[in-house]
Unconditional design. Structure first.
Length: 208
């Protein structure tokens, strides 16, 4: 089975400094098609900022926006940041507030990275053995320097048979990237179960 990781991307988002604070000021911004936000962390003071709603809305539709080191351009000054929080309207397609955290490119970060599963229909466990794919984990928490952060990690199922699983330890990670484990063991990422049964590793019972 093969694995690969996504190309490291540089995504830029534009903002301007926000001078007025408070609920009423934020409401006026939203009515004007703007989105209030904040960038914090590092040695600089937190800075209130604002974005064009359409630009930030379109950016948030991209998966990589959530797992990449972004270039935040505030009035011509660029900073490396990570998206940390998004507040959305309960039922309208509106972004209410966004938070970004500054990152130091010389210090390791923790970030969740999505898994991309490919060749599922080619897996022997599905194609010839009638098994069902179960995605147990769809993202992993990795630790690395900001410039080494992958946009995603690809998991190729073309050789996976029914009753078998792929574990976190089997993921091939790019150089400088490691999985940040939370807890013990080697979690299952994806498995192909046989009809009426479980994965081989989970179903095996020691002989008497």
């Amino acid at each position: 089975m093969g694995f690969k990781f996504g190309v490291i991307m540089t995504i830029e988002i534009n903002a301007i400094k926000r001078e007025l604070q408070g609920t009423s000021a934020s409401r006026r911004l939203r009515h004007a098609g703007r989105v209030p936000g904040i960038v914090y962390g590092g040695t600089a003071q937190p800075q209130s900022i604002e974005f064009d709603h359409n630009e930030i809305f379109q950016a948030l539709r991209k998966e990589a926006f959530y797992s990449s080191v972004l270039s935040l351009n505030v009035a011509g000054t660029k900073e490396a940041v990570l998206l940390r929080d998004v507040q959305r309207h309960a039922y309208k397609q509106l972004i209410l507030h966004v938070d970004f955290q500054r990152v130091d490119v010389t210090k390791a970060i923790h970030q969740k990275v999505p898994l991309h599963f490919v060749n599922e229909d080619q897996a022997p466990g599905v194609k010839t053995q009638g098994g069902l794919i179960s995605h147990v984990i769809t993202e992993v928490d990795v630790k690395c320097l900001p410039n080494d952060l992958p946009a995603f990690i690809e998991v190729d199922l073309k050789d996976l048979a029914a009753g078998h699983s792929i574990h976190v330890s089997q993921l091939a990670l790019p150089k400088g990237v490691e999985v940040a484990h939370h807890g013990e063991g080697d979690p299952v990422v994806v498995t192909i179960t046989v009809k009426g049964g479980k994965a081989e590793e989970e179903a095996a019972v020691p002989a008497a």
